[in-house]
Design a protein around this ligand. Structure first.
Ligand SMILES: C[S@@+](CC[C@H](N)C(=O)[O-])C[C@H]1O[C@@H](n2cnc3c(N)ncnc32)[C@H](O)[C@@H]1O
Length: 264
């Protein structure tokens, strides 16, 4: 077990009736924050998404009750309002409730909706950030999110449609911006998004990469170009969870010359 130096700051107590809204990182439990690990050991009820790795859930107290609320086996996701209700009810029952989400709770994770619902219900909560998959997947793949020479900005964007069916990002404008894009939930709308980015002005040969299952078993990186993204997704059988990187940063890993030691 982890042993921390005596000088390590104390962990906060997890009061009964409180909800801790935590990010579990991209998968590998070694990428959890120490606060998230502490929360797992203290929580009595854990309300978790499907994307939270089983190895992370395995670190919970054996006495904790698990409430899965993620999309499973092609079933529709539970409604956000139902998840909010579960969190509020469990807190009102006096439980120490851990709401565990993949990555970071405030990056495409509906963490804000839950924070607002808890605040409106008068339930105290804490937010524990997690490593967001876009920035972790790129780092593990040897792709820098920014470098001094290439890009002063990087865009985190969601490739799926918003719940009302409309796509919120202005892809042509993002294409004109010319800054690298880390695309979460990329697969459903990939053809539309790729066409719009090119209409916006991104060159067909812009480097791109899929990073699938970062930090999980079967993790892989597929390098491609903007024009070939859609065909290569099919050719290589790319599946969720995947981050798509679009921009000059996607090809920089080739300069590492094989010295980047494999994750695991
Ligand atoms: C609903 S979003 C949640 C994002 C999460 N809150 C975060 O900060 O990473 C789910 C998307 O995150 C990305 N993702 C999550 N875990 C991943 C992983 N281990 N490897 C690659 N992509 C991942 C995929 O794009 C997936 O479709």
């Amino acid at each position: 077990m982890l042993s921390l130096p005596d000088t390590f700051p104390e962990f906060p107590a997890f009061p009964a009736g409180e909800v801790w809204l935590a990010g579990a990182g991209p998968g590998d439990p070694r990428l959890l924050t120490l606060l998230a690990l502490h929360a797992l050991s203290q929580a009595e009820v854990i309300v978790h998404d499907a994307l939270v790795d089983k190895r992370v859930l395995g670190l919970a107290s054996p006495r904790a009750s698990m409430i899965p609320v993620g999309k499973r086996g092609g079933q529709p996701s539970p409604r956000q309002s139902d998840i909010n209700t579960i969190l509020i009810e469990q807190a009102r029952l006096g439980h120490r409730v851990l709401r565990l989400k993949g990555g970071d709770p405030f990056v495409f994770g509906r963490g804000w909706d839950e924070a607002i619902a808890l605040a409106e219900a008068g339930v105290y909560f804490r937010i524990i950030p997690g490593l967001t998959s876009g920035l972790t997947a790129t780092a593990l793949a040897g792709i820098p999110a920014t470098t001094r020479d290439t890009n002063p900005a990087v865009v985190l964007a969601a490739g799926h449609r918003a719940e009302d069916g409309s796509s919120k990002a202005d892809w042509e404008a993002l294409g004109r911006l010319g800054q690298p894009i880390l695309l979460y939930m990329p697969l459903l709308q990939l053809p539309d998004v790729m066409s719009a980015l090119q209409r916006g002005g991104l060159a067909a040969e812009t480097p791109a990469a899929f990073i699938q299952s970062a930090s999980k078993p079967g993790a892989r990186v597929v390098e491609t170009t903007l024009a070939r993204l859609v065909d290569d997704a099919a050719l290589h059988g790319v599946t969720s969870p995947t981050i798509v990187v679009i921009g000059v940063i996607a090809s920089l890993r080739n300069r590492l010359g094989g010295f980047l030691v494999d994750w695991q």
